[in-house]
Design a protein around this ligand. Structure first.
Ligand code: SF4
Length: 221
């Protein structure tokens, strides 16, 4: 039973003049863990939406916290919002986001199955790479998201995300060769969909990565 239903029922009792409630059996007022996670994420998004910890706050239109399933087993992390994201406040909604949606679909996942966010929550001007101090300011927000969602798998989209979280300055090819651990969570690295739009010949390599992720995802309990 969710909190809204309980509140409505109590209001109804009050309106109809009932002051006492008797239960024949112990009521089951357990709260859905998915709702708890969702509420925690919403609260944090509201807390941070006016963040001005770094220079990116000066040029952003909208803070882009992240979207998707708060109970996701797979979390996708990109680099930073682009122009469409900055306009809407949602992550991966532009052309790259649409390609990402199709890539997920190819391994039988919907956007609602996963949670998607970025290393920095505000758009770097002209889509430049986020600076080290901007990433350091913003990564604590990402760490909080991960600790709330507790994904079983992470997919880092692109070299910037991989370098930022795995603390190694490898080429993407080397990052992709193996899986990694981030916060003790099995972590994959693959191409950022924006890079695939610029270099469609890399899509066949991204497909190889996706198939490995699909096998792991389907083996999760
Ligand atoms: S990028 Fe992150 S740290 Fe910088 S202003 Fe935006 S939310 Fe704050």
């Amino acid at each position: 039973m969710n909190k809204k239903v309980i509140k409505q029922y109590l209001e109804y009792l009050e309106l109809t003049g009932i002051r006492d409630i008797f239960f024949e059996h112990k009521p089951n007022f357990s709260i859905d863990p998915k709702e708890v996670k969702s509420q925690k994420l919403k609260n944090l998004e509201n807390t941070y939406k006016s963040c001005n910890k770094c220079e990116l706050s000066k040029s952003r239109n909208k803070f882009c916290y992240g979207n998707g399933n708060p109970n996701a087993k797979l979390m996708l992390i990109g680099e930073g919002p682009g122009a469409d994201e900055d306009r809407t406040g949602k992550v991966f909604v532009g052309r790259a986001g649409q390609l990402l949606t199709r890539m997920l679909k190819a391994i039988d996942l919907q956007r609602d199955d996963v949670y998607i966010t970025n290393i920095v929550k505000c758009r770097p001007p002209n889509n430049r790479n986020p600076l080290q101090k901007e990433k350091e300011s913003c990564i604590p927000y990402l760490e909080e998201q991960i600790s709330i969602i507790q994904p079983k798998l992470i997919l880092l989209l692109g070299k910037v995300a991989a370098i930022s979280l795995l603390n190694k300055n490898n080429p993407l090819k080397k990052f992709r060769k193996t899986t990694h651990k981030y916060k003790n969570i099995k972590t994959y690295v693959s191409y950022h969909p924006a890079a695939l739009l610029r270099n469609p010949k890399w899509k066949k390599f991204a497909w190889v990565d996706l198939q490995k992720i699909q096998i792991d995802y389907n083996n999760l309990s």
